[in-house]
Design a protein around this ligand. Sequence first.
Ligand SMILES: NC(=O)C1=CN([C@@H]2O[C@H](COP(=O)(O)OP(=O)(O)OC[C@H]3O[C@@H](n4cnc5c(N)ncnc54)[C@H](O)[C@@H]3O)[C@@H](O)[C@H]2O)[C@@H](O)CC1
Ligand SMILES: [K+]
Length: 499
Amino acid sequence: MAFELLTPDEMTEADRLTIGAGPVDGIGLMRRAGGAVADLVLSRFASAHPVHVLCGPGNNGGDGYVVARLLVESGVAVRLFATGVPRAGSDAALAAAECPVAVEPLSAFAPEPGSLVVDALYGAGLSKPLAGEVLAAVARTVEAGVPVVAVDLPSGVSGATGEVLGGAFKAAVTVTFARKKPGHLLFPGRAHCGEVIVADIGISDATVVATGTRCLENDPAWWRPLFPSPANDAHKYSRGHVGVFSGGVAATGAARLSAMAAARAGAGAVTVLSPGAALAANAAHLTSIILRRSDSLEDAIAFLDARKPAVLVYGPGLSPEPEVGRFALGLMSHASGRFGALVLDADGITSLSHQRAAFFEAAKRPMAPALVLTPHHGEFGRLFPDIAGDPSLSKLERARAAAAKANAVIVYKGPDTVIAAPDGRAAINSNGTPLLATAGSGDVLSGIVAALVAQAMPAFEAACAAVWMHAEAARRFGPGLIAEDLPLALREVVARLSV
Ligand SMILES: NC(=O)C1=CN([C@@H]2O[C@H](COP(=O)(O)OP(=O)(O)OC[C@H]3O[C@@H](n4cnc5c(N)ncnc54)[C@H](O)[C@@H]3O)[C@@H](O)[C@H]2O)[C@@H](O)CC1
Ligand SMILES: [K+]
């Protein structure tokens, strides 16, 4: 599986294990890394003249010296600008010694029309914000508008967090090695990487696994084997029954969006649980979705006892008041034997910020339902203010910390949605689209998650699949999308996943 993401530390470990196992040594890996970048330059930027290779003092710079040598050997006009000198005896020093191109100081670098910049200043070893002549080189490159090929990462982008430290190159193409890094997928770094190409430099799949990485790029390739398909003898309830709680008379649409999405994502039966005052509003807009009155926890429990739905969705169209959170806690304490999982979204999450401790305690009880929380940034900050307020944590680390704290699968939404499980597994989504930045799209997502869990897909994989399907449906529909379009747009996505 090639979807693992390696943090810079894990990548260092992969290098170490590979070199330790032999026969390739450090300079051998560096020659392969530089060779992959040179191949890319020759195939994609054949007319670039000259190529300006910018080299830093570490191994990223070492890759740059290899690139410069190989390009010169291929007849390309190359100028090489360096900041700092590779440490004596290092692989980078060896690469520099093999490079026939004269070294000019970085301060002399000025992009020329028609040129290409190869950014080999800093990669995995970025340790502080860009400053001084490096920042000036970034500014001159942006001003000149010349294309940039970044080696491993655009200098200034943290491979671990996607943060931009001080400033960063904006690459047309980034060539990284063995596997992508979280910083290629997390914003703002992702916006600096351009197209990301992963070059094989001889680090084996087994070595990648041996680093202990527990983070994946979200992709159907690894969750599709768990994607549900109905058994030949299925009936509507065996295909998974989802219950969705509706808001009051002026806020019923969100639950219906969620319910429709659940039905389109394969739930055999979906029930909207509506306050009496909103029954008529819901009834006017529902056909295949079952409608049931529910004005109290007792009403809800009566439904659970009678129908034993697999999954409940609680949040769309509700309000952030404490009683909404108390109702969620009530559902959780009556889950055992009645329903298997609870998807909390929107104000179902915000309302619990009034009773955080009770919620976290309830989530850890042995008989608690499986939980999936789908917060956007604001909701995340309200339920997990300590985690959200810790500037040392990346979005990936925040999602993981929240998943452990709430004993829940966390879908931390955004352009770079992170899905994290309480056991430490995580995924970063990469097919997101700004088309999803539209009212009601989150309600649809919660319905998809619920439907997949109701069809017995494990919660983490279901959440990953739902996030991917949601974005894929939006992409297929295209511009003009509103949330109402998403459930029908899911049809084709489900059909393709089901073959
Ligand atoms: N054998 C290996 O380990 C391999 C490493 N590879 C390359 O090696 C890179 C990692 O090399 P390193 O660990 O040496 O790290 P880097 O080359 O990314 O940077 C480390 C050096 O830059 C300095 N530095 C970091 N940030 C700075 C800043 N903002 N301003 C000024 N100086 C700064 C550090 O003090 C250190 O001297 C990868 O990104 C990849 O390109 C590849 O060649 C594949 C094989
Ligand atoms: K770089």
